[in-house]
Every structure is written in C-alpha cells, then in structure tokens.
Design a protein around this ligand. Structure first.
Ligand code: SF4
Length: 274
C-alpha cells in the first residue's frame, strides 16, 4: 500500500489504525475530512462541535499564555464558562515545578526505518543538563486507568520521540531517564498522571512502533474494526452503517482525532504581541 507522499506517522494516525484500519484508510489514505458526529439531533451535532471548539480554544490559550501574553488579556477574551474554568485550572495547576525553558505547541520529529514519526506536543519544558518534560492538556472529564494510558499510542509516541529528538534542543545526548510525560486533567482539578522513561522502555517502544509502522506500510486491506465500541464516537459511523450516535455525555473528547478551528475574541486581547 502506498501512503500519501507527504505522510508522517503520528500518535493520532497510529491510534486510528490500531482502533480501526478502515478509519485510518478513510482519514489518512483517502483523505476524507471527518463529517460531523452525525448525531440524530441537529442540536447534538451543534453541542458536539461546540465541545470540540472548546478544547481547541483551551489549547490556544495555553499556547498564548506560555508565549507571555498577559493572563488578564487572555481571560477577558474567553466567552465560554467551561473554557474559563479550564484555563483558570491550568494557570493555578502549578507549572512551577517544570523546567524553565518552555516551548508550547512544539512539533518534534524523528524517524524509524526511514519512516518519519512526529509528535505535536502541547508543551515542552526542559533545561539543558536537566529534565525534559512533555505536558499534554486534557479537557475531558474521564480519566483512564494508568495502564490503559500507558498503552495508548500517544504515550508511546510522545515519550519515544521526545527522548530521540529532544537531544537537539538539549544540546547534548539526552538520557532517556531525563524524559517524562505529564497528562494534566483540567476538568478534574488539574489531576496529573506522570510517566517516566528508561532505555529499556525506549527499546521496547521502538520495537512496537517499528512493527506497527511496517504493518501499515504493507497493508493491502483495511477492514472495519470488529470492536464496535470504537464506532460509538466515530465520525464515519453512518458511512460504515455502524449504528446511531451515542449520548454526548459518553464521548471521550480527549480520545478524538478531530480538530476544530478556534475563535478567540482578538478584539478583547487587543494588539498585544500580534
Ligand atoms: S464507524 Fe467503526 S468501522 Fe467505520 S471507520 Fe469508524 S470505527 Fe471503523
């Protein structure tokens, strides 16, 4: 199977393939833009899209705050109560314990067996000679158990790519033990789940990544997943004839690979830094 010429493996597309090969094919090989959730009620569709935009807006605010835009200006631009709560939690969640050098919305890239692999991380905090920390903001209210989270491709890709590509930022060889990943659940009081790293774990992760990337490259068939639980939140559910939409309260918004444009009120932020 030929992947698109500019294809880059990522946590999202690997997880998409692992959950459902057909979803990967539709989204990343054939380039279908995800339709809306196709909920039975138009009202639910609007609520779903609003929720996606809320998550995107929070991530944009987090980026601006790390870039030094005054928090008061950012807060004044927020028009949504959920986003306001999450952002307040983010500001009070104590990033003080992270290394001082901060790079928000940082894309890191490496390769395995000649295939590109990237991680687009919410925040990278590091100190040459010290730790390198990847921070991922979560806005969903569901917190998976630790083992499930460790096995997710996001965890595997973020830690592996940070450990391998981070040395360029670090300015020296980066020991795997210096790398860690922190998930921060803003809708759960800023609860953090931390994963440290090691050379042995890095070797295991490389073997897993290499295996899945090879499998995808040689795949000629993309079957529908037999696990219908993955269809419940899938944007292609109608196309695949996999049933009705579920209640929005059941959707794990941290687990979706859809993106939404954000709408901050730039008038309120004013001309600062733009
Ligand atoms: S609806 Fe189900 S089978 Fe179809 S692409 Fe989505 S997850 Fe796969």
């Amino acid at each position: 199977m030929n992947l698109p010429a500019n294809f880059v493996f990522s946590a999202k597309n690997l997880q998409s393939y692992a959950d459902c090969p057909r979803r990967f094919q539709l989204r990343y090989v054939e380039g279908w833009q995800p339709p809306t959730m196709t909920a039975p009620e138009a009202q639910d569709e609007l609520a779903y899209e609003r929720r996606l935009r809320q998550g995107a807006m929070l991530h944009q605010l987090a980026k601006f705050s790390q870039e030094g835009i005054p928090h008061d200006l950012l807060k004044a631009a927020i028009r949504d109560d959920n986003v306001a709560r999450w952002f307040a939690e983010l500001l009070s969640s104590g990033l003080n314990d992270l290394p001082e050098k901060r790079l928000p919305e940082k894309r890191l890239q490496t390769s395995i067996d000649g295939q590109r692999l990237m991680a687009q991380v919410d925040l990278l905090a590091f100190e040459p000679g010290g730790d390198l920390v990847v921070v991922d903001w979560k806005t969903g209210s569901y917190v998976p158990d630790r083992e499930s989270l460790r096995q997710r491709w996001q965890t595997i890709v973020y830690l592996y790519v940070a450990a391998k590509a981070g040395s360029r930022l670090y300015g020296a060889p980066l020991p795997a033990e210096r790398v860690r990943l922190e998930y921060v659940y803003l809708a759960r009081g800023g609860q953090r789940i931390r994963f440290t790293y090691s050379p042995a774990q890095m070797r295991d992760d490389e073997a897993l990544l290499s295996g899945l990337m090879s499998e995808i490259q040689s795949a000629s068939d993309f079957p529908l997943t037999p696990e219908c639980r993955h269809c419940r939140f899938c944007a292609f559910r109608v196309h695949c004839e996999r049933g009705e939409a579920v209640s929005l309260s059941d959707v794990d918004f941290d687990d979706l690979d859809e993106v939404a444009d954000i709408e901050l009120d730039f008038e309120q932020i004013g001309e600062y830094a733009f």
